[in-house]
Design a protein around this ligand. Structure first.
Ligand code: GRF
Length: 200
């Protein structure tokens, strides 16, 4: 299936996704959607020769019109699945309706702890000794949809926010491609608000 990756920033997860799938038979990253014209993710998409749709929300009269413009691109490219990778906006009803249960997100904490922005900083400042990474289905809330996968990691005594960030990113870049593969191969379903993994 064809996948669109949504990003707003550096795109290190986009990079990991491209490394994992650029020659894959069934998982085809076919579009980068980016709401920040200066984001480094765009340069990565050029390197991988993946088309980028760069869409500044400011150029649209409403969130609905913004998402309708994205939707047209998704339809034109026959995108079946959406993978959020550091996309710093809530997905609105327009995209949610069109891609029901076909949008996933990665978040750098063990949800439901530390949703929203700067989750790594929130976890570090809170004094928890264990944090991690969550991949989940996207619903209308902020980091609230059904959880697909989580990986925990310890915050060591000598960790700084920087060293913790590096550890979290390593986990993300390993975990997300695995989950994306299962998602696109339709091995993951939502039933009554919970995630079921199909055993192959
Ligand atoms: C990741 O930590 C992701 O979990 C969070 O934003 C960050 C994006 O990083 N939502 P990158 O743009 O993929 O490097």
């Amino acid at each position: 299936g064809k996948v669109a990756v949504f990003a707003s920033g550096s795109g290190s997860n986009f990079e990991a996704i491209m490394q994992a799938f650029h020659n894959h038979k069934e998982v085809k990253p076919a579009l980068l959607v980016c709401d920040q014209p200066e984001a480094y993710a765009i340069q990565r998409s050029e390197k991988w020769q993946v088309p980028a749709f760069v869409c500044s929300p400011k150029l649209y009269a409403s969130k609905q019109e913004y998402e309708e413009a994205i939707l047209r691109q998704l339809e034109e490219k026959q995108i079946e699945y959406i993978v959020l990778a550091g996309y710093m906006r809530l997905i609105g009803p327009t995209l949610l309706k069109a891609y029901r249960n076909r949008i996933i997100n990665i978040h750098p904490s063990l949800l439901p702890a530390f949703p929203g922005k700067d989750a790594i900083g929130q976890a570090f400042a809170s004094g928890v000794r264990v944090t991690g990474v969550t991949v989940h289905f996207v619903d209308e809330g902020m980091d609230t949809g059904p959880i697909i996968a989580q990986e925990a990691l310890a915050i060591e005594i000598d960790d700084t926010k920087d060293t913790l960030t590096k550890k979290i990113q390593e986990v993300e870049h390993r975990l997300y491609p695995r989950v994306i593969e299962a998602f696109v191969l339709r091995l993951i379903h939502v039933e009554e608000g919970k995630v079921i993994w199909e055993t192959a």
